[in-house]
Design a protein around this ligand. Structure first.
Ligand code: PEP
Ligand code: MN
Length: 285
């Protein structure tokens, strides 16, 4: 029987296609994307300080929210000025950038600015029109599309099929990002879902970049959740990190790890990544 996805199928010819971020090839070594939840539009130097610190800590790319999907319409919603700061940081520290797009207008702005990683958030993970459109409009560009797992998604196939929409639109540089599903345990922000990684990887060649920050929701739990994810076979990490978490906006005061913690986490994750590879062979035996 044919798999319901063809492009992202692990058995497809595309499985040999290399997805790269700066000088890193997914699958060969772990990739680290770090930065604030939201870029403060009033504080350019704070973003530059964070960008510099996470680069020094060993991150490959800088993340940062320009426009934010907020549960409350009265909470901070984002500001286009934040994109200018990300672009400045990219130039200054020579690192790719990642930001979330929620509609076609934001997508057009980001494609124009050649944003390296376009993030689709958990709230839009089932917005098939947006998924197709992002695939269509970024086809042929070097942009990667990072798709968060929807909070309501249970079957692994539903997650991979959402990614297939992007690939079918025309961009096969798809990264799948588990970030926790609906909360069922008290104490964590979401239900941490790192354990689905081996199941995802048995079905698709798409690299898995895990987000432990929105899964556990507290900086103190993030490093352990991240290392567990690498043990489960993650190819990369998307993590909220901030030079001064308490001065951050949106999730940062609660969730962001400091550059010091990030540096240790990156060193440990490299070791766990190597350790996990010996188990990957076993799983497919
Ligand atoms: C984020 O990355 O800051 C974010 C809003 O993520 P999610 O869509 O997973 O909630
Ligand atoms: Mn966040």
């Amino acid at each position: 029987m044919l798999a319901p996805y063809t492009l992202l199928d692990r058995k497809s010819d595309l499985s040999r296609h290399d997805i790269r971020l700066a000088d890193k090839a997914f699958g060969r070594e772990p990739v680290f994307i770090a930065g604030p939840c939201a870029v403060d539009p009033e504080d350019r130097s704070l973003l530059l300080e964070t960008a510099h610190a996470i680069k020094e800590a060993g991150a490959t790319a800088l993340r940062g929210g320009v426009w934010k999907p907020r549960t409350s319409p009265y909470a901070y919603q984002g500001d286009s000025r934040a994109l200018d700061y990300l672009l400045e940081a990219r130039e200054r520290y020579d690192m790719p950038i990642c930001t979330e797009v929620m509609d076609n207008e934001e997508l057009a702005i980001c494609l124009d600015a050649r944003v390296d990683i376009l993030q689709i958030g958990t709230r839009n993970a089932l917005n098939y029109n947006l998924l197709r459109e992002i695939g269509r409009r970024s086809a042929g560009s070097d942009a990667l599309v990072l798709l968060k797992r929807g909070r309501h998604m249970a079957p692994v196939d539903e997650f991979i099929l959402a990614g297939e929409h992007i690939a079918a639109g025309g961009n096969t540089n798809v990264l799948l990002c588990p970030r926790g599903t609906l909360p069922t345990v008290e104490g964590y922000r979401s239900y941490p879902d790192e354990s689905i990684i081996p199941l995802v990887k048995e079905k698709t060649w798409a690299p898995v970049v895990v987000d432990p920050s929105h899964a556990v929701g507290h900086a103190k739990y993030v490093p352990r959740a991240a290392l567990a994810a690498f043990m489960y076979g993650a190819d990369g990490l998307l993590v909220e990190a901030h030079a001064v978490p308490n001065n951050g906006i949106c999730d940062d005061p609660k969730q962001a790890i400091t550059p010091q913690v990030l540096q240790q986490l990156i060193a440990d994750a490299r070791e766990v990544f190597r350790l996990a590879q010996s188990y990957a062979g076993l799983a497919q035996a």
